[in-house]
Design a protein around this ligand. Sequence first.
Ligand code: PMP
Length: 415
Amino acid sequence: MKDVFATRESEVRSYSRTWPVVFDKAQGSWLYDEHGKGYLDFFAGAGALNYGHNNPLLKRKLIDYIERDGVHHGLDQATSARGEFLHALDETLLEPRGLNYKVQFPGPTGTNSVEAALKLARKITGRESIISFTNAFHGMTLGSLSVTGNSMKRGGAGIPLVHATPMPYDNYFDGQVDDFLYFERLLADSGSGLNAPAAVIVETLQGEGGINDSRAEWLRNLSELCERHGILLIVDDVQMGCGRTGPFFSFEQAGIEPDMVCLSKSIGGYGSPLALTLIKPEHDVWEPGEHNGTFRGNNPAFVTGAEALRQYWSDDALRDSTLAKGERVARTLHELGAEYPGLVSKGRGLARGLGFAEPEMAGKVSKAAFDRGMILETAGPQDEVVKIMPPLTVTDEEVEQGVEILRDSVRAVFA
Ligand code: PMP
């Protein structure tokens, strides 16, 4: 194929430049290039492909729906696909967890979910500012970008960071600072001109920020702190939701109930755009039509999303296997950490990372893995973390294959 990717596409094209092939087919945990060479996909669309590529169970439903001329585009009209999706959400996720949320379809992608949550929080509280965290990633539209703690991503385009505070993940303060006291004082310090924020937005485990996990106790403290100050708590589960950390929601292990939850990526099941904002019923103060858009309901994604919920979340099997496979990956990461001082094992469930003291090493490992037939992305402010995020449906054999390629790649880079 003519290299239109070099000649015609914008320079903004990102990490995928390090995978200099044209992908043509995909199945399960595998991507295939034009010549039929297979690559083990441990990137999985940055969490958009938790059920694998072209998952046969979901594909069947999609084909049937298209063949029967089911409504394809329907704005926010009531359709049977939309109704079925809402039912599945109720039955498989909300009711079993005793959770009560209204569901907004804010637009096609993750950033749309964040925008809706930020706008609604400001409307509810009448306050303007939002607190987010260092290294947070919430999306690339102006609102979500203004709470994204990465100056490079703000593109030098004069988009200020609304207000970021250090997120005490991974021993951020080296145990020297009581991070909660720090946070309390920050909120109490109105004399410095920090107005009480409308909301705090947090990823319980930062994906793009470098697989930075938060402690369950910290999340509980954060939730209580928000309640005390009348601040809404928004959990951005766009990347870490849909089972990536084991349980469906990444905040379940902390036992908190955020005021709003942002979901996208794998919620449509098949890798096509769908986003939701879950809103506690008392906060659903939208007026009809106050937040709209053309692609607020992707009907084929409702069909595959509903089927994914029924197939994978009617019991705990996927959660348990994700946790077990995650532990298996972590074992290799710890071994590599013991073999090469400076390497750090990070993450939870099947959101894993290998942190490097020298950032360029992470890129080299990603390249070495590609040469050995595996797709690995890097993350973190300096791209210093190799991210290990296979589909949750990855087989045990593929996990073994993947961790061996990773080990070989690390050894090759340090040789
Ligand atoms: N929030 C988080 C936590 C994300 O990881 C991402 C995407 N990487 C987004 C929001 C934005 O989602 P999208 O790219 O679909 O707009």
